[in-house]
Design a protein around this ligand. Structure first.
Ligand code: SDX
Length: 365
């Protein structure tokens, strides 16, 4: 009796992990035994990364700050390879290409360089595409503060650094999402942490996954005012478009990260890049989208996912929408590396079966 194929591996449990649990019914995210609201806005990204990596690398430095700062300076040397060809690519393609120049391996040094890479390379690419010279990392700053400084060319405010740190923590790990699963598959062949990270970056790029936040700004700008929301959304759905920022494979209720990030936007508040009334407008669009999705798909809960308020927060921090997925990678890379090491520690080569439905040879061999 042939086994049933699970479309998109939905409901397939492919690994046991100590890293994170996504409870889709309860709308709860646990990372290494802590609920999201114990972490978001309360722990620095460096400390969250140490929490994720504990147990997977032997002895770890008590404070990740200096090692991560040194790694930013080390990978910055690769920025000299940023040529007109790479600058003609999208930010995530150029960041991926520069990351591919890093030596592979499984050591903690390799891991720190990979955690630094999306931040340093994205900043250099965004500035290069704006015709500005790259800014050398400052290893004495926190990761979030240095990211903003390398992008903006000036020291961020404390509120800006806190808002970005909250984002990086919030998106750092999330069960066996597509990019993390891709990283685990590659890690399971013992290809190395750089190869696993590149697989994660490539999977994250897709609009059904980490590529969603940028188009959300396009949607908000396309709608323009709350009274246009229903018509715009109905036209989009009539075209067969997906509303970016809504729906999730696991969450059957509101993604808990949505409100964590909405709170971060509120805390950042005016005085940042947030246009007055932008949050209220986005909330009106969100309510219209939720109402229409409920009307259209009464049998399928399509609630707000992490990306909707990610877009508002990264816009408020003045990241270009084309680089939003790169910022997602800056946070998620700590999770990809932890999962890669967990896969290496106890897992086997990941190699599922398939059912052949193609033609058979004419003559039986
Ligand atoms: C992330 O897995 C993770 O944990 C991912 C993530 C993480 O932290 O790593 O949480 C990050 O990727 C969040 C999701 C970001 N993507 C988007 O916002 C893109 C828009 N959302 C969708 O495309 C969709 O909701 C998915 C891809 C996220 C999940 O889709 P599923 O579980 O594969 O469900 P499906 O595509 O089979 O859709 C079921 C039905 C379909 O209708 P029918 O064809 O059956 O009539 O729901 C509809 C879909 O058309 N639907 C949507 C929709 N999402 C699902 N319709 C309109 N807009 C949407 N957003």
């Amino acid at each position: 009796m042939s086994k049933k194929i699970s479309d998109g591996l939905e409901d397939v449990v492919a690994a046991a992990t100590v890293l994170s649990e996504v409870d889709g019914q309860a709308g709860r995210l646990i990372i290494r035994g802590h609920s999201l609201d114990e972490l978001a806005g309360r722990i620095a990204y460096e400390d969250l990364a140490r929490l994720l990596w504990t147990g997977f690398f032997g002895d770890l430095p008590g404070d990740f700050g200096p090692a991560l700062g040194a790694a930013r300076v080390q990978v910055f040397e690769e920025v000299s390879a940023l040529d007109t060809g790479l600058l003609a690519l999208s930010p995530i393609e150029a960041m991926r290409a520069l990351t591919a120049r890093l030596a592979d391996g499984d050591s903690l040094d390799v891991a720190f360089r990979l955690m630094a890479a999306p931040a340093v390379f994205t900043a250099a690419v965004v500035r290069g595409q704006a015709g500005e010279a790259p800014v050398r990392p400052d290893p004495t700053l926190s990761h979030a503060a240095d990211i903003l400084r390398m992008i903006k060319g000036r020291a961020p405010t404390e509120a800006e650094a806190t808002a970005l740190d909250t984002y990086l923590v919030t998106v750092s790990d999330h069960g066996l999402n597509a990019s993390t699963f891709a990283a685990r598959v590659v890690a399971s062949t013992r290809a190395g942490l750089a190869s696993a990270t590149l697989a994660g970056i490539s999977a994250l790029k897709g609009p059904l996954h980490g590529g969603a936040p940028g188009p959300i700004i396009d949607m908000l700008d396309g709608i323009g005012a709350p009274e246009n929301a229903r018509a715009w959304i109905e036209d989009a759905l009539a075209r067969g478009d997906r509303l970016m920022g809504f729906g999730h494979r696991v969450y059957r209720v509101r993604d808990p990260r949505a409100d964590a990030l909405k709170k971060a936007v509120r805390r950042l508040g005016d005085g940042s890049n947030v246009l007055p009334g932008r949050l209220a407008f986005a909330e009106a669009v969100e309510q219209a989208a939720l109402a229409i999705l409920k009307e259209r798909k009464p049998d399928r809960t399509l609630d707000t996912n992490v990306e909707f308020y990610t877009a508002l927060l990264l816009e408020a921090l003045a990241f270009p929408p084309s680089a939003f997925t790169c910022v997602f990678a800056m946070g998620r890379v700590a999770g990809w590396i932890a999962h890669a090491r967990e896969q290496l520690a106890g897992g086997r080569l990941i190699r599922p079966q398939s059912r052949y439905i193609g033609p058979l040879p004419k003559v039986a061999a």
